[in-house]
Design a protein around this ligand. Structure first.
Ligand SMILES: [Zn+2]
Length: 365
């Protein structure tokens, strides 16, 4: 296999391709390097673009291993490998396990449970669980949404449990006060370009505590540019937050209005449905503390879809194979190039031999 063939994971289409590409650690390291540094090595400490390979050189304690580089900046001289300052930092797992996990993640349309991942990779379930979470951190997007942005909220979790002391939960909003359900705000950027083959646009979701104005602002403000054109229903919190944005249009769901020309929240409602189905079908139950990690993965999958049609097709809902007729299908090309750029999140070996992930996400401390 030539160097060009190693360019991205998306070139690997079959299991035979995968066996060839991941045949030893050396190949895996070079493949990962081509994905992390598509335009040449960059020092993860200072961003300097020149560095030298120091394999075989005496570094004091031992001989430098292949894949160890040293920053050429006089002030820095940082020694690094392809995994330094990524979620794979200081991993003791072979790189081929990581690459297989990434490949499986890209191959699956709806995600993989840690149990399935463990069986497939031949690792323990707790290890697979941590691999899955590292992958979710890697696919987290940090760009701010712009253009036409739809926002909506929904609930995750089952029906409220009946409690003998408190039998009447009531219906509608009255019942929601006492439910154990998790409130989620979802944000979807509509594709600016609807010619077939363009990217579908990004989607985000975040757990919020209550749908107070403050909680909604906290979830939406850091994710959306102020010049964005916001679309939502007429929920009170959304009405208030909309005033901060360049434009805000609403559909009045309570009077059964769902689409008014280009004003609708169909994309974000499709994303909501995707989130609910994925959580129910793959992950069964997730804790609210970890939900944001799963949202990264689901949002990543969503953003990998491409526009396949020109206009909204009129189609009964039950015939629609996809949530939004404008965007369908999952494109797995050019996926990985954006993946391992999440510096600042680190995966480390724990004292008891497991893997711990140091990250900004509170779940990992
Ligand atoms: Zn440096």
């Amino acid at each position: 296999m030539s160097e060009m063939m190693l360019a991205t994971l998306s070139n690997i289409r079959t299991v035979d391709d995968m066996v060839a590409a991941f045949r030893d650690e050396e190949h895996c390291r070079r493949l990962l390097e081509s994905m992390v540094w598509p335009n040449g090595r960059i020092c993860p400490a200072c961003g300097y673009k020149r560095s030298i390979a120091i394999a075989g050189r005496d570094t004091g304690k031992r001989r430098a291993r292949p894949g160890l580089y040293q920053c050429s900046s006089g002030d820095c001289r940082f020694q690094f490998t392809v995994t330094t300052h990524t979620p794979l930092h200081a991993t003791k797992l072979p790189l081929r396990v990581w690459l297989k996990a990434m490949w499986l993640l890209l191959q699956s349309d709806k995600g993989l449970s840690s149990v399935r991942l463990a069986e497939t990779l031949g690792v323990s379930q707790p290890t697979a669980w941590r691999i899955g979470h590292a992958m979710r951190l890697m696919v987290a997007r940090e760009n701010i949404l712009d253009g036409t942005v739809e926002i909506d909220h929904f609930y995750l979790g089952g029906r409220p449990r009946k409690h003998p002391d408190d039998p009447s939960l009531g219906r509608g909003r009255k019942g929601q006060v006492k439910t154990q359900k998790t409130r989620v705000v979802a944000i979807v950027q509509r594709p600016a370009d609807v010619t077939p083959g363009s990217a579908a646009g990004d989607a985000r979701a975040a757990v919020v505590t209550g749908l107070s104005l403050r909680a909604a602002v906290g979830a939406i403000a850091p994710q959306v540019e102020l010049q964005a054109h916001l679309m939502s229903d007429e929920a009170k919190a959304f009405m208030a937050i909309g005033e901060s944005f360049a434009a805000h249009e609403t559909v009045n769901h309570s009077s059964r209005e769902y689409v008014r020309d280009t004003v609708h929240v169909n994309s974000v409602e499709g994303f909501n449905a995707r989130v609910r189905r994925t959580i129910a079908g793959v992950f069964h139950h997730i804790s609210p503390e970890l939900a944001d990690l799963y949202f990264h993965e689901i949002g990543f999958r969503w953003s990998q879809r491409v526009v396949t049609g020109q206009a909204m097709r009129k189609k009964p809902k039950w015939q629609g194979k996809y949530e939004n007729p404008l965007v369908a299908g999952a494109s797995r090309t050019a996926v990985i190039a954006s993946v391992p750029r999440s510096t600042g999140r680190q995966m480390r070996r724990s004292p008891d031999g497991g893997i711990t992930i140091k990250s900004a996400v509170a779940a990992f401390g």
